[in-house]
Design a protein around this ligand. Structure first.
Ligand code: SF4
Length: 252
């Protein structure tokens, strides 16, 4: 990339940050349904997708989205290392909620063949494994969108405690409609709307990602304490501002 192109990218990123701050001020006190309706129909019509792991709490946000618009694209990254229960939960939720545009994306076969031919990269280099199995497929999947919706909540971990409702991610906007929801809010919404629970929650899993990197969580631990347990890693990279960077990345 030449200096002029780099300057343009940096200018765009600064403009996106300013746009995110203005949108956050506008939506910070709105209800979750209002945030979704504004984002989907007025601010980013036809330019926004929801990214879902179809994990422990995904049913709530997907249900809220279905109340607003069932045709919004939903991106699901199948890393090739997921629990079978997660794929079955995805299929059950899609049928129940009537979502019409769920896009399952997978890592590129050539990338896996060159970088993780044995499928054991997660044992030696988790950041690189997350990069090729999550960050890069997601970067490709959101390429045509100006914004995407996440299901992150502030209460989930210390690293998410200051999560805004709207934030910038490079030259793209991320909307976090559940930022202010509590564990009790999620449980109450799921029960009130009779939404299916991910089957592994009953077995002690509170945050569910890839099988090799997900552990059960004890009472009193952060819900994400079972992700990459025993390592310093807390995020896969898709929420670390790594989308769109060629030379960096790691993982949902
Ligand atoms: Fe690989 Fe683990 Fe990251 Fe999944 S969570 S992509 S298995 S390192």
């Amino acid at each position: 990339m030449g200096f002029e192109a780099l300057d343009l990218t940096l200018d765009s990123a600064e403009e996106t940050k300013a746009e995110a701050r203005a949108l956050d001020a506008r939506l910070a006190d709105a209800s979750t349904l209002e945030i979704l309706d504004e984002a989907v129909h007025r601010i980013f019509p036809g330019e926004i997708a929801l990214v879902s792991s179809f994990g422990a709490d995904s049913a709530v946000l997907l249900h809220l989205l279905s109340e607003v618009d069932r045709a919004v694209p939903v991106v699901f990254i199948d890393t090739g290392k997921l629990f079978g229960e997660t794929r079955r939960h995805r299929d059950a939720l899609v049928a129940r909620l009537g979502l019409t545009d769920v896009r399952t994306v997978t890592p590129k076969a050539a990338r896996l063949a060159s970088t993780d031919p044995s499928g054991a990269l997660w044992m030696s280099d988790k950041d690189l494994c997350c990069r090729i199995r999550k960050v890069e497929p997601l970067a490709d999947a959101v390429e045509g969108f100006s914004a995407w919706i996440t299901g992150r909540k502030r209460y989930q971990s210390a690293t998410r405690a200051r999560l805004p409702v709207v934030e910038a991610d490079g030259t793209r906007i991320k909307v976090n409609p559940l930022a202010g929801w509590s564990r009790a809010d999620l449980d109450a919404w799921r029960l009130a709307n009779d939404l299916p629970e991910h089957p592994l929650v009953a077995e002690g899993y509170r945050s569910i990602g890839c099988m090799p990197c997900t552990d059960r969580v004890a009472d009193g631990e952060d819900e994400r304490a079972g992700r990459w347990r025993g390592t310093a890693k807390t995020e896969c990279g898709i929420h670390l501002g790594l989308i769109g960077r060629e030379a960096d990345g790691s993982g949902i």
